[in-house]
Design a protein around this ligand. Sequence first.
Ligand SMILES: Cc1ncc(COP(=O)(O)O)c(C=O)c1O
Length: 428
Amino acid sequence: MTTELSSDAVEGLLDRAREDYEALAARGLSLDLTRGKPAPAQLDLSDDLLSLPGGRYTAADGTDVRNYGGLQGLTELREIFADLLQMPVPQLLAAGNSSLELMHDCLVHALLSVAPGAESRWADQERIAFLCPVPGYDRHFALCERFGIDMIPVPMTDAGPDMDVVERLVAEDASVKGIWCVPKYSNPDGVCYSDGTVARLAAMETAAPDFRIFWDNAYAVHHLTDERVEIADLLGVSAAAGHPDRVFVFGSTSKITAAGAGVAFFGSSAANVQWLLANNAKRSIGPDKVNQLRHVLFLRDAEGVRAHMERQRALLEPKFAGVQRILEAELGGTGLATWTTPKGGYFVSLEVPDGCAKEVVRRAAAAGIVLTPAGATHPYGDDPRDAVIRIAPSYPSLEELEQAILGLTACVRVVGYERGVRQASVGS
Ligand SMILES: Cc1ncc(COP(=O)(O)O)c(C=O)c1O
């Protein structure tokens, strides 16, 4: 239930918010909530990696990991992650240190060489467009901008992208060649795609014969609650629906072991895997198998990964709980904001009244709290409602995080009341 506040009541709330904001600014803080990086304590959990593989340098099949070759990556590492990424081992590659790099390479290869099922190279086509569920991951959008790929925003629902919109757009326009999806604990709104969404993505008719789903499963094992959310196996469901080559699956250990010094994975149909391997063979003589062996020895098996992620959760959960507690205490029932309560992943998405996000971020920066730029969650940096702010709780200490979130709520209150928000919800 909502109630309309009187002008006097709003004036009083604004005065108090301004006092809080001025006190905040006077503290001379310097806090950074911009990127979803693991905190040093999370990286410490993988310290033992640094002394591995010790004196050992042979893989299970006798391969000398110090030498060239083995483009598919070590089988024993692929065996560990096949289960976690829902992928048959032969269709999973273990590659370099970054899944974003693999996404980049897949785009480049599709532009420059004919992908399975394609009639021509994407570079030879007049227009290429990708669907971009919003809010989404800014680096996906940056890749599209880099390669001149038009971006078409699609609204997110709490079960994944709005599939009515997706089905219509892919059916009517052959220049729509792909869609970005972060299917589990999505960046930034923590959404997990429902089985119904997966089934529709797998079965939908696309005008482009070479349509690809970039299935960026970056947070496959990054649970924050006892409920370890599982999503349906898009690759398997797509193959069963007659679209075996539709899906590119990506993942990495960036937020499992070491960010930037982990291992990235690519999974797809046999035809797509062969296509990527053939193209990658031109750019590298093989991945860093020493790092891959190190990961095998450290993580041991899928259960080892799950146990390690429980230790990650123990560090992250209090931070996410702190964010929820402060947002609820300061903004709950005010009508000034809504926010997500993710069950995993790295982000909380805060929605402020339309037209306020940029100003909130500006005020926060002026008080020493740096946030991801408003708009970064949308293609071309343009959030048409100017409402979404991404919060990345992982990197700062708990104390710094709590200061930053408290400061952020003061900014939301100042901007919201200045803009005349008068709706308060009662009984919430
Ligand atoms: C959705 C998503 N995909 C990919 C990445 C980057 O992954 P990697 O380190 O494997 O390149 C991130 C990092 O924040 C992410 O949020």
